[in-house]
Design a protein around this ligand. Sequence first.
Ligand code: G6P
Length: 603
Amino acid sequence: MCGIIGYIGKQEAFPVLISGLKRMEYRGYDSFGFCIHDNENGTTTFKKVGKISAADQVLGDMKVSGNMGHAHTRWATHGGVTEANAHPHLDCKGSISVVHNGIVENYKELKKELEAEGHTFISQTDTEVLAHLIEKFFDGNLEQAVKKAVGRVRGTYGIVVLSKDDPNKIVAARSGSPLLIGIGEDEYLVASDPAAVVANTKKVVYLNEGEIATLTPDNYSIYTEREPQEIDWNVEDVEMGKYPHFMLKEIMEQPESLRNSLRGRLVPDEGKAKLGGLMPIEERLRDIERIYVIACGTARYAALTAEYMLEEYAGITAKVDAASEFRYRKSTIDRNCAMLAISQSGETADTLAAIREAKSKGVLTIGVTNAVESSQARETDAGVYNHAGPEIGVASTKAFTSQLAVLALLSLYLGRQRQLSLVMGQRIANELIRIPDLVQKALECEPQVRELAAKYKDCGNMLFMGRKYNYPTAMEGALKMKELSYIHAEGLASGELKHGPLALVEDGFPVVAICPSDSVYEKNVSNIMELKARRARILAVATEGNEDIAGIADEVIYIPKTLEMLTPIVAVVPLQLLAYHVALARGCDIDKPRNLAKSVTVE
Ligand code: G6P
């Protein structure tokens, strides 16, 4: 949610900042801006409403020189989408320039205080308060002024600050919003996301909560010294390559991302999963009686699938809550429980808040995240990384299937600590090994789905339905459809159809029925018949070899057979492709759906 980057070094800052911003644009894309400082020519500040990816012509015509600067791509919170509200924000003298990711919760009282002291504000943002607050404390040393200013702030921030009056230096500070320093050859970068720096360097230091860092052309310093780490992916991973959209690239990458998520984590002969990140809490996990799973968005649908997996195979009672709800309920969570947090980015504010709430009650917290060194990875007691590679498309795809695979591993791990038999453990392990190939097979439906999309593109509403493991798959299919194509879609438990939603159904009403050949297939078919009786149009997602369904449904997409608990991993593939192709046919902006952002770092 908002991308920020700063650069100081020997190169021209402009191209580095612009390409960094482009690679971070999925964090927010309603406006962008930058400030570049040149010792001879002074400072250039530029802001523009709209996506940076659509501004190539304007940017191409610009000549901006200078070896230090910062830039921002915005997802609006406080204040509408206007040039005045775009970052950077300046102090009264136009000397101090701030880019910010987060929310200053006490901005109103700070603004009142600063206005009374004579500061003039020109935007409606909370961020502008930071520029004036730093101005208030500035006496020639930018670090000291930033330190004093952030001491007055309630809320979250990742900020990158420049000042003409303390030149040749960038000051960055973090609390609640991620920031990392990229250490290059004769250059330093700071950004909210590794994607922004990976073209320049893979050596990074992640700032800890509350830390302030200073970057100069020759060095960087943070309060606490520590060893840099290596980013374990390449710049190609955050570029589209041969694909027209990141989403399609990420859908197609799923066999590989699943292989990476599973690599080295299965011991098929012993029917076990080996999860190094859980080793420190292995014994504590044996005593856990219940698991609270919390997550947001797509990750919550992975959590709902895990609820079935954990209960059926690990024999542990699991309860799923939207992270945004968990912290406001009087929970019965206690020290016999564990909290399992699932988040692709590891930076979702609601998920982090729920983790903190559980920790404050002494509850063991476990994380599943795709982002190494993310806030979630740092704050949970133990966890499992997805290793799915960076996901750039706002709508989550490969992270979701990776989450499902990791949750299956976790269920196997916990199950084998309890009653799960060797034989069943071996079956799950062996089937997980096949999953990347099965997903590869499922992807073969793409040409068929592309054709179907042409038929569904003008729908006003759609229903998605499934039972048991594929009830969450139905919700995920509906979410993908609404976030990408803006078609209103709902995901239902098939059995719930007759308790209300059936009233919507009339001649030709589109329903996507996820009905693999599993323990609830017959029940699903009964629900499809109820829909057909009301002349709904059924698109079935069914298991290869099931010829009967072709006689019932209007259209069928076949997926390969697998264990029931793993069917969501293959069944979601055609749903991802359907949402993609319907959105494409409707001319929607696939990688940047309106009003959304990839990483939601505000509550
Ligand atoms: C946003 C994204 C979703 C994502 C959700 C949770 O809403 O658009 O794709 O599922 O956040 O994100 P997380 O990083 O916590 O998995």
